[in-house]
Design a protein around this ligand. Structure first.
Ligand SMILES: Cc1cc2nc3c(=O)[nH]c(=O)nc-3n(C[C@H](O)[C@H](O)[C@H](O)COP(=O)(O)OP(=O)(O)OC[C@H]3O[C@@H](n4cnc5c(N)ncnc54)[C@H](O)[C@@H]3O)c2cc1C
Length: 389
């Protein structure tokens, strides 16, 4: 236990031990920074440890695509990077169209992406969809296929980044909720029940709780929590290889090697920010189960084993905040990943380390600036029309 009167020093304080905190800590430590990560609960307790594990560039809003493509290459080289692959399986991701109109929307989306130089999403016809996934219902009309996407194991990945950061000297304190952040002179101070910590730079990666910390420096951000739900089924003989989504209704779907099927797709449950947990809304889960049995009728009698919800941060324009503060020096933010931040974790940690140590990231983060909301923004015009959940 630290003595509350001692101030412990570092180069960088990271507030929040989810994937964005652990990945940023790893990349910062790799560059030689002395890092302390302060985590209110335990590392990977929230979204980063309980999500669907989708490693998906498919369907991203336009401004996120360069980040997602860069991050995806890191997923493919994860073992070399951190000595563990996070359970990454390059299964491919397939977004299914169920009507001709939906297929037309897929074509328009891919044409728009190609007009901006992005060629990672491919439109495929009904026959190709059924060749890829023969167990799918016959009414499908086609879809979008991204071969290099896949899925990974969230708790394992986040823990792996933590261990890799620790090997490079980063310190993690769990059960250390930061109650107050304050800049005195050129140093930041973070007050926790486990003592006070100080560093020149401070990074907020506190997920759905980040808005509270930004408020403390008079930088309110329109971020709100949602409880996103998932369910996992009993085991069933292998029938599906790709990670699936649907064009016209929410779905994220994958079968693990052990036969269980994980079903989600930004299904909104209940977020209890004050008590730090999410709750399942079973009525809404039933709706999602119906989508699954429409697409895979042979699953009609498959039982659900477990359901849960994690608390995630959403912003008004469905883009994250990855930015230096505009109100205070040496303060940085990386939060608000709107249900899609697992895939971005490895890459955004690197970009954040570049922003903090070099002053300029290797990929522009302008679209994610913290002051875009107050500017009436948005340099991300057209982003929402490109979001297909
Ligand atoms: C059910 C579900 C399914 C999802 N599926 C996918 C998917 O398939 N693919 C995908 O890319 N993304 C998915 N996501 C989204 C993804 O999980 C998140 O975007 C990502 O994990 C966010 O990481 P984070 O580090 O920003 O936040 P978190 O994981 O929430 O971590 C923030 C941490 O900060 C800590 N903290 C908060 N306040 C304080 C404080 N004051 N002091 C100290 N610590 C604090 C919290 O305890 C927490 O551990 C899903 C999310 C959920 C909930």
């Amino acid at each position: 236990m630290n003595d509350a009167t001692d101030v412990q020093e570092a180069d960088v304080l990271v507030v929040g031990g989810g994937l964005h905190g652990t990945s940023s800590a790893f990349h910062l430590a790799r560059r030689g920074a002395k890092v302390i990560v302060l985590e209110a609960d335990y590392v990977a307790r929230h979204s980063s440890g309980v999500n669907a594990g989708g490693v998906r560039t498919l369907g991203r809003p336009l401004p996120e695509i360069p980040l997602a493509l860069m991050s995806r290459e890191m997923w493919h080289g994860m073992s070399d990077l951190i000595g563990e692959d996070g359970g990454f399986v390059p299964s491919g991701q397939l977004k299914i169209a169920e009507t001709d109109d939906e297929l037309e929307a897929c074509r328009e989306r891919v044409a728009l992406l190609e007009s901006r130089g992005f060629t990672h999403e491919k439109v495929i016809d009904r026959q190709t969809v059924l060749e890829l996934e023969p167990a799918l219902a016959r009414h499908v009309t086609g879809g979008i296929w991204v071969e290099r996407d896949g899925y990974a194991l969230p708790f394992r990945t986040t823990t792996a980044f933590r261990l890799a950061a620790q090997k490079l000297g980063a310190r993690f304190l769990e059960g250390a909720p930061v109650r107050r952040i304050e800049q005195r002179g050129t140093r930041w101070f973070a007050t926790t029940p486990r003592g006070t910590f100080s560093a020149k730079q401070l990074l907020v990666t506190a997920g759905a709780w980040s808005g509270e910390l930004a408020k403390q420096v008079s930088e309110p951000v329109p971020v709100h929590p949602e409880g996103l739900m998932l369910m996992v089924t009993h085991r069933v003989a292998p029938f599906c290889r790709a990670t699936l989504g649907a064009t016209g209704r929410p779905l994220s779907f994958k079968q693990f090697d052990n036969g269980t099927v994980v079903i989600g797709g930004k299904l909104i449950g209940i977020a209890d920010l004050a008590n730090r947990h999410g709750e399942v809304d079973f009525v809404r889960l039933v709706k999602s189960a119906r989508t699954v049995t429409d697409l895979f009728p042979h699953l009609r009698h498959l039982g659900v084993n477990r359901a849960w919800a994690g608390v995630e941060a959403f912003t008004e324009d469905e883009l994250p905040v990855i930015s230096a503060s505009r109100k205070a020096s040496d303060l940085y933010y990386s939060f608000g990943y709107c249900g899609s931040g697992f895939q971005l974790g490895p890459g955004c940690g690197k970009l954040v380390s570049e922003l903090m140590l070099d002053g300029a990231p290797s990929i522009s983060l302008d679209a994610f600036a913290v002051d875009r909301f107050s500017r009436g923004a948005v340099s991300v015009a057209g982003a929402s029309q490109l979001i297909t959940h």
